[in-house]
Design a protein around this ligand. Structure first.
Ligand SMILES: Nc1ncnc2c1ncn2[C@@H]1O[C@H](COP(=O)(O)OP(=O)(O)O)[C@@H](O)[C@H]1O
Ligand SMILES: [Mg+2]
Length: 233
C-alpha cells in the first residue's frame, strides 16, 4: 500500500501526554513495515525529545530537529515550512512531525496540510480538558476552511492496563468530528525505553508492542490508505 506523499502531526496543547513517545515508536513502526517508503521525522519541539529518543539507533531515513518555540521563531518556522512541504510532495516519503505543547502559533498552516493530527490524551480531566479545547479549535479551523483533512484522531494513551472502558472519552468528545484510535496502556516498559530507546525491536513480545502495532495498522489501513477520505467525501 502507498503510504507516502503524506504527513502526520502529533500535537496537543497539553504536554506530557505521550506525543514524543508515540512519534518515536510509530516512526520506527512505519519504517519497519514499509521499508520501501522513506520515513522522516521532523521534531519541532525545542526540547527535541523525539529526536533524542530515535537518536542514532534509527533506521529512519531522515531525522531533523527544527525547534519552534513560543517565542518568535520566524527563521525556523520558514525552514520547517519548506522542508515539510518538500517532503510531503514526494509520493515515496511519509513524514512525521512532533510538536511542543502549547499553542501551535505559526505552524498551523502546516497542520492543515497534513493527512491527520494524532492527539494523545489520558483519561484524566487534567489532560482531557485541554485536549477537548485543542480538538475543538482544530475542527473550527477545518470548518472555516471547508476541508475534510487533517483528520483529527484522538489516541487514548497511558490508559490503566485494567481500564478498558473508554466511555469517559467518548462522552467527552460527544458528537465532535473526531476519530478514536485504539488505546495504548500505561506500561512500565515505555518508561524504561525513555532511557534506552531500542524501538519496536526492543519491545518485542510485550503488550506495548501489540498495542503500538494495532495503532500503527489502524493509521495505515484507515487514514493513510485514504479510507477516511472516502468516508468524508
Ligand atoms: N503508554 C505509556 N506508558 C507509560 N509511560 C508513558 C506512556 N506514554 C508516555 N509515557 C511517559 O510519559 C512521559 C511523557 O511522555 P512524552 O512522550 O514525553 O509526552 P509529550 O511529548 O506529550 O510531552 C514520558 O516519561 C514517557 O515515558
Ligand atoms: Mg514531547
Amino acid at each position: 500500500m502507498q503510504i507516502g506523499g503524506q504527513g502526520i502531526f502529533l500535537a496537543n496543547m497539553k504536554g506530557g501526554v505521550g506525543k514524543s513517545t508515540l512519534t518515536a515508536f510509530l516512526t520506527d513502526y512505519f519504517k519497519s513495515n514499509h521499508a520501501d517508503t522513506k520515513v522522516c521525522l521532523l521534531d519541532a519541539d525545542p526540547q527535541g525529545s523525539a529526536v533524542e529518543l530515535l537518536g542514532s539507533s534509527t533506521s529512519v531515513d531522515l531525522v531533523r530537529h527544527i525547534p519552534i518555540g513560543d517565542r518568535y521563531d520566524g527563521v525556523n518556522a520558514v525552514t520547517l515550512d519548506g522542508v515539510y512541504r518538500r517532503l510531503i510532495s514526494d509520493d515515496n516519503t511519509l513524514t512525521m512531525v512532533d510538536t511542543a505543547g502549547g499553542a501551535l502559533g505559526n505552524i498551523w498552516q502546516l497542520v492543515m496540510l497534513s493527512k491527520c493530527v494524532l492527539v494523545p490524551t489520558s483519561l484524566s480531566w487534567a489532560d482531557l480538558r485541554p485536549t477537548i479545547d485543542f480538538v475543538t479549535e482544530l475542527n473550527e479551523r477545518k470548518e472555516a476552511n471547508n476541508v475534510a483533512t487533517p483528520h483529527v484522531i484522538v489516541v487514548p494513551n497511558r490508559i490503566s492496563p485494567q481500564q478498558r472502558n473508554l466511555s469517559v472519552l467518548s462522552e467527552a468528545i460527544g458528537d465532535m468530528n473526531i476519530v478514536l484510535a485504539p488505546p495504548v496502556s500505561d506500561l512500565s516498559i515505555v518508561r524504561s525505553q525513555a532511557v534506552d530507546f531500542t524501538g519496536m525491536k526492543g519491545v518485542e513480545g510485550t503488550r506495548f508492542h501489540d498495542e503500538l502495532s494495532r495503532l500503527g495498522d489502524f493509521i495505515v489501513n484507515y487514514v493513510l490508505s485514504g479510507k477516511l477520505d472516502e468516508y468524508y467525501s
